[in-house]
Write a protein that binds this ligand. Structure first.
Ligand SMILES: NC(=O)c1ccc[n+]([C@@H]2O[C@H](COP(=O)([O-])OP(=O)(O)OC[C@H]3O[C@@H](n4cnc5c(N)ncnc54)[C@H](O)[C@@H]3O)[C@@H](O)[C@H]2O)c1
Length: 256
């Protein structure tokens, strides 16, 4: 049985991904800053092989201990999904250094630490697959998200660099770049009045938000070394065509 580790797995994309991988036969370790007992019990009741560990991905001590626990239980992890992330909507000139550092710590330092400590195990077994959850905000600028966008651009840089550094030793490293998804992150962001559903729907050629399951499917595909053993270093948009289409909204909506 293969082992997968999914961060930020208490809800949203992380939970959908953990469920998808567990349904595909992986033993899945869910980790999150929030408590996971309820989620893990619910998944176990449906027969899935899951474990939960609570902790902060930006803490090196936590990540080191998590990697050691997984390895001691089942040997090296086969799949790592770096999904945990936080959002920040603020004008650049009003973003504090502390806010910037926290976003970079969770969204970029955390994935680096997880890649490092699980990568050490994967390199020793000369196989493994890492999928980083970036964003369309890692491929394009989006106003009022300087820290978040920098973190996601950085995550794509990390993905490409590790794909090169570790590809020759059997580790593939890829990223997915979702468009806007209806999760708690979006609900909180919209709560600040920054945008509305129609802003997103009008911007997307496929005229809807992404679903957590759309992203989970793409992650599960990239994770699977049997279905795609030669895809390495890609940044796969899961955005309904957002990044492909530079049209203005009225032109796009006229074609519907
Ligand atoms: N929602 C969107 O529109 C959207 C779009 C593109 C990319 N993304 C990315 O997808 C990923 C998942 O987002 P989501 O929409 O499911 O968000 P979400 O807020 O619903 O879930 C994020 C999870 O990460 C956990 N988390 C936050 N900080 C953590 C930390 N320091 N350590 C461990 N866990 C932590 C949270 O507790 C939460 O369970 C994120 O990386 C996000 O940036 C989201």
């Amino acid at each position: 049985m293969k082992t997968a580790v999914v961060t930020g797995a208490a809800q949203g994309v992380g939970l959908a991904t953990a469920m998808r991988l567990a349904e595909q036969g992986y033993r899945v370790w869910l980790t999150d800053a929030q408590a996971l007992d309820e989620v893990v019990n619910r998944l176990r009741q449906t027969g899935l092989d899951v474990q939960g560990v609570r902790g902060d991905v930006s803490s090196e001590d936590f990540v080191k201990e998590l990697a050691a626990t997984v390895q001691a239980s089942h040997g090296a992890a086969d799949v790592l999904v770096n999904n945990a992330g936080i959002s920040l909507i603020a004008a650049a000139e009003e973003t504090t250094a502390e806010q910037w550092q926290r976003v970079l710590a969770v969204n970029l330092l955390g994935p680096f630490l997880l890649c490092k400590y699980f990568g050490i195990q994967m390199l020793a077994q000369r196989s493994g697959s890492i999928v980083n959850v970036a964003s369309v905000a890692g491929l394009r600028g989006v106003i009022h998200r300087s820290a978040y966008n920098a973190s996601k651009h950085g995550l794509i840089g990390l993905t490409r660099t590790l794909a090169g550094e570790w590809g020759g030793r059997g580790i593939r490293v890829n990223a997915v770049c979702p468009g806007w998804i209806k999760t708690d992150m979006d609900i909180a962001d919209q709560g600040s009045g920054a945008y509305s559903d129609s802003d997103i729907i009008n911007r997307v050629p496929m005229a809807r938000f992404a679903r957590a399951e759309d992203v989970a499917s793409a992650i599960a595909f990239l994770a699977d070394s049997e279905r795609n053993g030669f895809i390495n270093g890609v940044t796969l948009p899961v955005d309904g065509g957002w990044t492909a289409d530079a049209s203005w909204d009225s032109l796009r909506t006229k074609t519907r």
